[in-house]
Write a protein that binds this ligand. Structure first.
Ligand SMILES: Cc1cc2nc3c(=O)[nH]c(=O)nc-3n(C[C@H](O)[C@H](O)[C@H](O)COP(=O)(O)O)c2cc1C
Length: 325
């Protein structure tokens, strides 16, 4: 069962995104139409030691609902304990990361390395499901590398151990984020298990999302890179899913306004210095979607204050509008 009530249409998930899916991002993509969101992945061990920084990453905004919390970890007792904290903090579900490819995580047998130890993975799921009353899910990759593709085996382990649903990022650990995701893996997983399957990988447009649903039969889609600087993708997907008609495309003015709103929320969240440093890459992502823009000015990556960001983007927008007039 998915942790949200949807009638008659597939779910649209916003992915957990390290360094990105904070309160600012989640409140914007939710307004744009994402059904379900996650903060970035949280270390189970840090959480049960009640590490202040970890708890900060788990803060919800007022009234936030339809939100899960993704954990990483390898000790069944520790993950289960952390899942209890997730439930106490008011999240609607807990998820286990079995897809992170970075050394820091896989060297400790976590993230995608869990695909190599299905027995342990089953124990983690069973122990967690026993201890919480909210749904527990897993997010996996297709396998460790092309010689050990095992998403069907892992899907069955998850189902038998009590996982509520499974998200498949259809690439192996060794493929990292390239090449194109193997959507046929999503279709095969969907045929192999009864629990819902969320498909993930390579959705850049609303049309891609609809195509993934049609080609794989998945119960929902999860968007990561395609939402960076383009939260409007959620409203475009929802519009195609709900009425079959494309949403009005975001104008340059709307893109600039939403980017400024996003940056302002980050400043409120982290303070001006740290907020702006964290927002620099985000501004670049938004800027890439501005039509008719000039090449990105490197000055944009050196801004220190909200006022500078506002001035830069407003001037760029005015010049574009003058050119178009
Ligand atoms: C900046 C960034 C941060 C990510 N952080 C996480 C994370 O915390 N947990 C996770 O399961 N996946 C994480 N991912 C992977 C995405 O959730 C997703 O599985 C992957 O990018 C494939 O989807 P896409 O093709 O839509 O980008 C991250 C990806 C990016 C680009």
């Amino acid at each position: 069962m998915l942790p949200l009530n949807l009638r008659d249409r597939p779910a649209v998930f916003a992915a957990p995104l390290a360094g990105v899916s904070d309160i600012a991002y989640r409140s914007i993509v939710k307004r744009m139409g994402a059904d379900y969101c996650f903060p970035e992945m949280i270390a189970s061990e840090g959480l049960i030691r009640d590490n202040g920084r970890t708890m900060d990453m788990m803060r919800l905004y007022e009234g936030e609902t339809n939100v899960g919390c993704q954990l990483f970890g390898t000790r069944p007792g520790a993950v289960a304990h952390a899942a209890q904290v997730v439930e106490q903090q008011g999240f609607n579900s807990a998820d286990l990361n079995c897809g992170c490819p970075v050394h820091k995580v896989v060297d400790k047998n976590g993230g995608a390395a869990l695909l190599k130890t299905p027995l342990l993975l089953g124990q983690i799921i069973e122990e967690s499901v026993k201890r919480i009353s909210i749904p527990f899910s897993i997010k996996i990759r297709s396998g460790w590398d092309k010689k050990s593709i095992n998403y069907v085996e892992i899907g069955k382990v998850a189902e038998q151990s009590g996982a509520a649903y499974i998200t498949l990022h259809a690439r192996t650990q060794s493929e990292m984020f390239l090449p194109e995701a193997h959507w046929d893996h999503i279709a095969e997983l969907k045929q192999s298990v009864k629990i819902p399957v969320i498909g993930n990988g390579n959705i850049w447009t609303a049309e891609d999302a609809i195509r993934m649903i049609k080609e794989t039969g998945c119960d929902g889609v999860m968007i990561a890179s395609g939402s960076l600087g383009n939260p409007f993708i959620f409203r475009e997907i929802r519009s195609l899913l709900e009425s079959g008609t494309p949403a009005a495309p975001a104008t340059n003015q709307e893109r600039v306004l939403v980017c400024l709103e996003h940056v302002k929320k980050m400043v409120e969240l982290f303070g001006e210095g740290p907020g702006i440093r964290r927002a620099r890459k985000l501004i670049g992502w938004y800027y890439q979607y501005i039509s008719g823009r000039k090449r990105i000015d490197q000055k944009l990556f050196q801004v220190d204050t909200y006022a500078e960001v506002e001035r830069y983007l407003t001037e760029a927008l005015t010049k574009l509008q003058e050119k178009a007039a």
